[in-house]
Design a protein around this ligand. Structure first.
Ligand code: ADP
Length: 415
């Protein structure tokens, strides 16, 4: 079956069209048919549409809202212009899988979208006021455009719902959790789950034998401790701001900093939160960019001190979390790198690992240098006590697969 995967943001929409079913899942032969994105929805949008193996088609046109964006994509997919051989008309799209950012405590796995599920997603709006409304608009648009075809919601938070209380509760007055559900939820769950799943597939392991630490290092960054196949701790918290240093987010800071910055800089609490989310992290430290590739170039070629400092702080924080999670898990078998930085930067992987040799973490320099650009495999030495893998993440594929599984009533592998 052909599944449209939608990731709707407040002003952008990304999609993939993936052919998959239970047989293809079993032999890992799913096929990506097309992908693309629409940016700057609400104004003069930039549209990029690509059939796999063909040249990307770029255009600019006004796109009013998410519904118009979904219509633009679907119209293109079903038209001759798209050159997707498998699709002749709208009827050749059989289901839609949606990335939904927040599933609160309600959704512990992906769900076939019904009116009740939609209400559940609406209930989580207060936890993700920017993201869930956009996801809901995408679901409603797809319902209007496709009528009754099955739709599935795949939640960023669901995989982390196995965290024990001691890991998900903040040391705040307990009533705040009771009253407002203030707790650690964790995000990037689809990515952490996917790479843990790939790891167990590559090594032919049972789920309960997967004891790994997964590092998703992209623009957003998070780390998860996965014990016996379940997430038992993760660095992002109530929101995706907590934890590792990210492209523009600070990650962990002393909570008192907020009031301090507000009074020193004459900002509101909301403005300080924006500063922590959009002007901090790699961008804030370097004063240059949130892009790790550019920072590495500035540091190595131009000897830029603050670029180097940003990279150092980024890697130092990641190393500290690895140590913490090894303690949380009482040891792990493997460390897995994923995300744009984790999959492509041998230098960042080396900087993160070089201080961890006492834990039995030892990179094979040659392997490390060669596993870039989407290669999947092991990069630690034979003697290393803790193995290290690079596993390119693929959240869209997992969304398509969950959609296929739920439609075929195969709920056995939703975790
Ligand atoms: P997102 O979280 O938006 O999906 P990605 O996972 O694509 O982002 O990661 C983007 C980050 O990956 C950027 O900081 C980018 O510079 C970095 N990156 C991509 N390729 C490389 C590379 N070859 N070396 C270092 N960093 C890279």
């Amino acid at each position: 079956m052909n599944i449209l995967v939608l990731n709707c943001g407040s002003s952008s929409l990304k999609f993939q069209l993936i052919a998959t079913d239970l047989e293809r899942i079993a032999d890992n032969s799913d096929q990506k048919l097309a992908h693309g994105q629409i940016e700057r929805i609400g104004g003069a949008a930039i549209i990029t549409l690509t059939a796999e193996g063909k040249t990307p088609q770029r255009s600019a046109a006004p796109v009013r809202d998410i519904k118009s964006a979904v219509e633009t994509i679907v119209r293109w997919i079903a038209s001759d212009a798209s050159e997707i051989d498998e699709i002749k008309s709208l009827a050749d799209i059989h289901a839609v899988g949606h990335r939904v950012v927040h599933g609160g405590e309600k959704f512990t796995e992906s769900a076939l979208i019904t009116d009740e599920v939609l209400r559940g997603i609406e209930d989580c709006i207060e936890l993700a006021p920017l993201h869930n409304p956009a996801n809901i608009r995408g679901i409603n648009a797809a319902r209007e455009i496709f009528g009754g075809i099955p739709q599935v919601a795949v939640f960023d938070t669901a995989f982390h719902q196995t965290l024990p209380e001691k890991a998900f509760l903040y040391a705040l007055p307990y009533q705040l959790y009771r009253r407002h559900k203030i707790r650690r939820y964790g995000f990037h769950g689809t990515s952490h789950r996917y790479v843990a799943y790939r790891y167990r597939t590559i090594n032919n392991l049972l789920r309960e034998n997967v004891n790994v630490i997964t590092l998703h290092l992209g623009n957003g960054c998070s780390i998860a401790a996965i014990k016996r196949g379940n997430s038992i701790d993760t660095s992002m918290g109530l929101t995706p701001l907590e934890g590792l240093v990210m492209g523009t987010r600070s990650g962990d800071v002393d909570a008192a900093i907020i009031e301090f910055i507000a009074s020193k800089e004459g900002l509101t609490v909301q403005e300080v939160e924006t500063l922590l989310n959009t002007q901090s992290g790699l961008l804030g430290i370097s004063g240059l960019t949130n892009d790790m590739r550019e920072l590495l170039a500035e540091s190595n070629e131009n000897n830029d001190r603050r670029a180097r400092l940003a990279i150092e702080i980024f890697c130092y924080r990641a190393g500290k979390y690895i140590g913490a999670y090894l303690a949380a898990m009482n040891g792990a078998d493997t460390l897995i790198f994923a995300g744009g930085i984790g999959e492509n930067s041998a230098e960042v992987r080396r900087l993160i690992c070089e201080n961890l040799s006492w834990m039995g973490i030892e990179l094979d320099e040659k392997l490390n240098e060669s596993f870039i650009g989407g290669r999947e495999g092991i990069i630690s030495t034979d003697a290393a006590k803790l193995k290290i893998y690079v596993i390119p993440t693929n959240e869209e594929l997992l969304i398509a697969r969950d959609t296929a599984r739920l439609i075929n009533a195969d709920a056995s592998k939703l975790r």
